[in-house]
Design a protein around this ligand. Structure first.
Ligand SMILES: Cc1ncc(C[n+]2csc(CCOP(=O)(O)OP(=O)(O)O)c2C)c(N)n1
Length: 362
């Protein structure tokens, strides 16, 4: 597959068309029907949760949130392949993969609610906290890969970054050393074509993003990121390659962020409605549903009751989260150092004074 879809030739791996019709049967992964329906339901769940998070934020019940809508196939494929002993090193826009790794909804709410307890994800084995400093997570991923080899473990690291992240030094350092160390890391670039308002053509003049693998001496694949089958095929091949000790792989998953960058962004300022419409037709859930319907595994009318049930579950969890005790002031300072350095201690005292002053004004 790596040879056939050589990124230097700008080839893209695609298995189904926009309607879910299989156009490359030779590379379509063999997944049992019931498991495929399960994947579809998980994608629907992730989307429902994602849309509701935006809605909670709009209601003033949640802090800022980065919508995932349109990018669900990437997380769904990674989520189906990852085992407990594999690592997920996330950026911040791969909610479905968090859930697949075992993250509980409560923790997702706590994380985006700015609560320190939300950074723990104690039910998700081998899951790093989301990384807002762009691409910094990739050096951690390379280091984990090094440790896996050192300890002779059978684990693979799934590390996620955005297209904008490929312009960061950390991206290049991580890829270089992962390759030198033959670290079992799959670097997944979610190329959603924008880094906030900056289009990908302003990030690079490379032919594509997968081609960056060539300089570091690792295989790279450009994949239709809205095509679940293509993502699954690419990631399972990469998984086997990395697991067998061959080293890292770079996957460029071409997709489109249908929502805003975060809830504090307005995409109408930097992209056209036409572009949005074009990508709506390539929606990953619509495409997988097209396939399932054609195989008589699903009916369009099955969607509504499913989503309604998910909405109820999510609302219930969210209400529970809202009664979670507020975090203590010291929690903000507690986790980085064993002994708080003097300057941070001064900040803590100052902040405490500020909070007391604010309280007294009420
Ligand atoms: C090191 C660093 N620089 C800048 C920012 C501000 N910032 C937050 S998200 C973002 C864009 C990221 O774009 P991309 O990597 O394409 O991921 P996407 O948000 O599209 O998923 C920027 C510049 C940051 N968080 N970290």
């Amino acid at each position: 597959m790596f040879k056939k879809y050589d990124p230097l030739k700008d080839k893209m791996l695609q298995v189904m068309d926009d309607d879910g019709k299989v156009i490359a049967p030779a590379v379509k992964p063999a997944i049992p029907d019931d498991e495929l329906v399960d994947v579809y339901k998980k994608m629907q769940f992730a989307r429902t949760l994602d849309l509701m998070m935006v809605s909670f934020q709009r209601q003033g019940r949640m802090y800022t949130y980065p919508p995932n809508v349109g990018q669900e196939a990437i997380s769904a494929a990674a989520g189906k392949i990852m085992r407990d002993r594999d690592w997920l090193v996330p950026a911040f826009r791969e909610l479905g993969a968090w859930l697949a790794k075992g993250a509980k909804m409560r923790d997702v709410f706590l994380y985006w609610g700015g609560h320190e307890d939300g950074a723990r994800f104690s039910d998700a084995p081998n899951f790093l906290p989301p990384s807002v400093p762009i691409a910094s997570q990739l050096v951690h991923a390379a280091g984990i890969g090094f440790a896996i080899n050192y300890k002779k473990e059978d684990s693979v690291v799934f590390a996620v970054v955005g297209d904008g992240g490929t312009s960061e030094g950390d991206f290049h350092e991580a890829l270089n050393f992962a390759a030198v160390w033959k670290a079992p890391v799959i670097f997944i670039v979610q190329n959603n074509q924008f880094a906030i308002s900056v289009p990908v053509r302003m990030q690079t003049v490379s032919k594509n993003l997968a081609v960056k693998s060539v300089a570091y001496g690792m295989p790279g694949l450009k994949v239709d990121g809205n095509d679940f089958f293509a993502m699954y095929a690419a990631l399972s091949e990469s998984f086997e390659y990395a697991r067998k000790g061959n080293g890292p792989v770079l996957i460029e998953a071409l997709t489109f962020r249908r929502g805003a960058h975060t809830t504090s962004d307005d995409p109408s300022l930097y992209r056209t409605e036409e572009e949005e419409k074009k990508w709506e037709a390539k929606d990953p859930i619509k495409r997988l549903r097209g396939y399932l319907v054609s195989q008589k595994l699903w009916k369009e009318s099955d969607d509504e009751p499913l989503v309604e049930q998910y909405k109820k579950e999510i609302e219930k969890e969210f209400i529970e989260y809202e009664s979670y005790p507020a975090y203590k002031l010291e929690d903000v300072f507690k986790y980085q150092f064993k002994d708080l350095p003097e300057d941070l201690n001064r900040q803590r005292i100052e902040y405490e004074k500020f909070l007391n002053w604010k309280e007294a004004r009420k």
